[in-house]
Design a protein around this ligand. Structure first.
Ligand code: G6Q
Length: 548
């Protein structure tokens, strides 16, 4: 139980921001930059290898001060300390939230219920490293004696999105002799397409599930077991050579038939969407090797330390969180576009979507009272430059305000002619165009006929952040993910919500369990849903029998 929490929107800092927004909302970034040559320099920060230029936001120095006051008055400092101190800040599940312990260096101490968990974390990492080396060097053989050439991660949600994102992001560092696939959907197409061209004798499955009860994962894991055993002569001993598990549930792992010696554990204080650097990242370690995986963790840790210790006015995740909240709560923006100018980061937006939307998609505060302001923005995005030829039109000239986070790297991992300069030129140009636009005078001066002028005008004043790093390395990826993890927490702390539960996923799961037998039943089932659901089930049963 927590003490009753006053609505954040009733705080003096919030009210001051409402008033301030009225005063500055018509200020244009053109004026803000023209009147203040030092703006970009003052509003650019560097930490843990990342540079954040937040000068192209619709803010003044006074805005930043008021946002920082909001953070202070909302008790953000105490909430950060509570997380690192292993308090049970996930109140509805009565759990500590300690993804930061997953990347704490050997020798650090983070104590839960009287026990330092850091040695346990490193024991699992060492076991993962040993296993990864054996698979990578061919020492670990399949049931028929062939070496493993394919790795399939079976998991969903937090047990899939982080691993897929990390695999794609770090492909440059991966062992290209190994093929990696990820199966998540209970749609059998996912499994069929992932396995169709693979030899079961050379294929290792990682069943990644914190609970080891998730419908999709267990259904796919059983399909995988049948696929393997079917091709390997049905000998159940083959399971031990072709299946490993990542879970907190040893009992269920053993029940499935996986030797718990081949199980990599983690803990209830690791939330699914915060688990990519736990054993859930085993596929990542297999792909890039233990050393790169440790570099990834070091990147995470660098940002953790920055978040924990830097004053808020120089704290990247705090500022990023406050800026997102500024548009969400004071400008009525509903979304944030995340636009990485790096093809390797193509799965970064979906990972971020879960991180942000599952964490902060909450309508009640920590004490169960309705929130008094909007929470949880919609995060979305695609890599640039592709998005420029698609949805950017709406960001530039539509009626909605869409704050953008651009992510760019100074160096390419695959240098090729002028490609990378073109890529960088595009990301900088987009941020410039959004901020400064193109006035009617400029459009006319280009000889545009009068009737066409308004169509070709760009209002500008569309805000963005620019996150720049030297190069996409394992460490940079860790830093970047941790930046967003902590900016999500910053916002959740200010809204006084539980960013670490996910009750919203439960209802659909329970209802699906009721419908499965109704679809499968040989005889016409008694249906007691609403008339729409009843009719859909009847239609599907009829259509299922139609000749293909
Ligand atoms: C993430 C959520 C959710 C979870 C999946 C998979 O924070 O809790 O996405 O990761 O439902 O759960 P299991 O790992 O237990 O299979």
């Amino acid at each position: 139980m927590t003490a009753a929490i006053a609505a954040v929107s009733a705080s003096a800092a919030w009210k001051a921001l409402v008033q301030h927004q009225r005063e500055i909302r018509n200020l244009h970034l053109r004026e803000l930059f023209a009147d203040d040559p030092a703006r970009a320099e003052r509003m650019t920060l560097e930490a843990a290898g990342l540079t954040l230029d937040y000068s192209k936001n619709r803010i003044t120095d006074a805005t930043v001060k008021l946002l920082l006051a909001l953070a202070e008055q909302s008790g953000l400092r105490a909430r950060i300390d509570a997380m690192f101190r292993a308090d049970r800040i996930n109140v509805t599940e009565n759990r500590a939230v300690l993804h930061v312990a997953l990347r704490a260096p050997r020798g650090a101490s983070i104590v839960i219920d009287g026990e330092n968990v850091v040695p346990q974390v490193h024991a699992v990492l060492d076991k993962m490293a040993d296993f990864s080396e054996r698979v990578r060097n061919g020492g670990w053989k399949g049931h028929t004696g062939k070496r493993i050439r394919n790795v399939i991660n079976i998991g969903i949600g937090g047990s899939d999105l982080g691993p897929v994102m990390a695999y794609e992001a770090l492909k440059h560092y991966s062992d290209r002799r190994l093929t990696f696939r990820f199966v998540s959907n209970v749609d059998s197409t996912d499994f069929a397409e992932a396995t169709r061209d693979l030899d079961p004798a050379e294929t290792l499955f990682i069943v990644a599930s914190k609970t080891f009860t998730t419908l999709e994962t267990m259904t796919n894991a059983h399909a995988a077991r049948d696929w393997s055993l079917g091709a390997l002569g049905g000998d159940v001993k083959a399971v031990a050579r072709h299946f490993v598990a990542v879970s907190t549930n040893a009992g269920k792992v053993a029940e499935f038939g996986i030797d718990t010696a081949n199980m990599f554990g983690f803990w209830d204080w690791v939330g699914g969407r915060y688990s990519m650097d736990s054993a859930i990242g085993l596929s990542t370690m297999l792909a890039v090797g233990p050393e790169n995986f440790r570099a990834l963790l070091a990147g995470f840790h660098g940002m953790d330390e920055h978040f924990r210790t830097a004053p808020f006015e120089r704290n990247l995740p705090v500022l990023l969180g406050l800026l997102a909240l500024w548009y969400n709560n004071f400008f009525g923006a509903q979304t944030v576009a995340v636009l990485p100018y790096a093809q390797y980061l193509k799965r970064f937006p979906p990972h971020l979507q879960q991180l942000a939307m599952e964490s902060n998609g909450k309508r009640v505060t920590l004490d169960g009272e309705p929130v008094a302001c909007d929470t949880g923005q919609i995060y979305w995005g695609e890599p640039g430059t592709n998005g420029q030829h698609s949805f950017y039109q709406l960001i530039h000239q539509g009626t909605r305000l869409i704050p953008c986070d651009f992510i760019a790297f100074a160096q390419s991992l695959n240098p090729l002619g002028a490609h990378h300069d073109m890529l960088l030129a595009n990301v900088f140009a987009q941020a410039e165009a959004l901020a400064f636009g193109k006035t009617p005078e400029q459009v006319r001066a280009e000889g545009t006929p009068d009737w066409l002028v308004t169509h070709r005008v760009f209002d500008g004043n569309r805000p963005s952040n620019m996150i720049l790093a030297e190069r996409l390395t394992p460490a940079t990826l860790g830093t970047l993910v941790a930046l967003y993890e902590h900016s999500v927490y910053t916002q959740g702390a200010i809204w006084h919500i539980d960013s670490f539960d996910q009750w919203g996923v439960e209802l659909g799961k329970a209802l699906a369990q009721r419908i499965i037998p109704e679809l499968e039943s040989g005889s016409e089932p008694e249906l007691a849903h609403d008339s729409s659901t009843n009719a859909l089930i009847r239609s599907a049963r009829r259509l299922k029998r139609a000749p293909g």
